[in-house]
Write a protein that binds this ligand. Sequence first.
Ligand code: THU
Length: 138
Amino acid sequence: MSTDLILAATAVRAKAYAPYSNFHVGAALRTPSGAIFVGCNVENVAYPEGTCAEAGAIAAMCAAGEYTIVEVAVVAGGNRPVPPCGGCRQKLSEFATGDIAVTMVTADGAQETMGVADLLPGAFDLEHLNAGATTLDN
Ligand code: THU
C-alpha cells in the first residue's frame, strides 16, 4: 500500500460529518488512471440516511467517469483497524476484483490489509443475477 492513498484517506477523514456517532471515517480509492478519489462519512438526523466514507469515494469516482478500483484505504479512529461495513463490501465488489487490497488504518497508524474477496466471500454478482432472472408471468 502506497502512503499517498493512506494520506488522502486521513486528510478527508477530517471532513467527516459524524455528529451522532462521533466516529469519523475517511476512504480513498485509486483507479487504473492513477487518480485518487476520496470520501468521508456523512451522517443524518434520520440515521439510516447517513452514508459511509467508502460510498462517498465511490460516488466521486463515478462522477469523474471512472468505474474501476485498484486499491482502497480506509482510515478511522480506535485502536483496531476498521473494516468496511457489509453494504460497503458489496459496493466495493461492484468496481473491484476479489484480489484488490483494502488497507484499514487507525488514526495512530495500525494497519491491516485484506482482499475484497476475503471481505465478501460468495459475493452476489452479475452471474447470479443473469442466472436467476425470470419473467414472473407464470
Ligand atoms: N462508517 C464508514 O463510513 N465506513 C466504515 O467502514 C464503517 C462505518 C461510518 C458510518 C457511520 O457514519 C459511522 O461510521 C458509525 O457507524
